[in-house]
Design a binder for this molecule. Sequence first.
Ligand SMILES: [Zn+2]
Length: 391
Amino acid sequence: MNLLLKGGHVLDPANGIDGLADVKLSGGRIEAVGPDLPLADGETSLDVAGYFVVPGIIDMHAHVFSTHRRSTLSLDPHVNTFSSGVTTIVDAGTSGWRDFADFRTEVIDRARIRVLAYVNIVGSGMGGEWEHDVREMRPALAAAMAEEHRDVVVGIKTAHYWAKRPFDAEHPPWAAVDGAVEAGERTGLPVMVDFYPWLPERSYPDLILDKLRPGDIHTHVFAQQFPVLDERGRVYDHLFRARERGVIFDLGHGAASFWFRNAAPAIEQGFVPDSISTDLHTGNLNGPVIDMATTMSKVLAMGVPLMEVIARSTVAPAREIGHSELGTLGPGAEADVAVLALDKGEFGFVDCGQTRLESNQRLRCVLTLRAGEVVYNPLGFGLPFWRQVVS
Ligand SMILES: [Zn+2]
């Protein structure tokens, strides 16, 4: 179906567009963005005045290996995604070099939403004791799997390697991070790191100032356990220095990894996460995460301008995962589009530390298009009134 989205407020950070404009979609791609575009033959016009029209949202940290035999962490990739404007979801290492091929055939290749993924440095991915077994961390095998599926793999993931204290020759403190970075070196891909910092053998400044390379990503940046603020409440210098080096900081909300008491003061002092992501899984779907629109609303509620919130949910994650063809409404791009309402009223949001944040606005998705097809349309844009079809 060829569509003309008429009269919306387009926010397209990739192309610097912030204003009233129409968006023309044909053959599953963006044809044009501009004011007062004429309706062509065979085209359907949808009136989206009063709404924001943005590129399809990219959630670059979630868990969607729903057929995983060893872990109940994952959701079906269509759960709380299209309904939140998300058209690309990135699985953050639920599968590893041993089971990635199953993930691909069982989930990625069958999904209507675009699914991309990080390959875990651990062979069987996430969800159990094996994540602490150094013998499972195999850079060459992870790199080979990533190369074989290079069209859908965006990086190497490491997580959850901290239970095996005390560290010793068999459990070196940096085994997981070093293995992931080595796989990253072999493939030219970035690594995404989930880390636990309070171990003297491996500090957070060492991770972000020494171990991670430019373009590598620390997710869960505002988890309770990270040294984000010093005793006077100031953002630690190591965060700014790491950012200057090119290390990326991703929000990665999760069930325990997003605390307003770290995030709000940091954002107030100018340390805004580079990308916004949910870490959506079975353990946080019904709170505190819910979905991307809720997570984006929380960042908005902490004072980040709407255009910046959209940028950190579209063009920024696209760049971080090496897919600059996504997260844009540029002509020729696949027509992944979200139409969002910015509701005004009294709203509350919840973090992982059982605290509340209030706001007078909230983002709500009202229409989602994936490759030009309507995949979420709760208000019935373009549909006839029921009386008109009663014979
Ligand atoms: Zn995760």
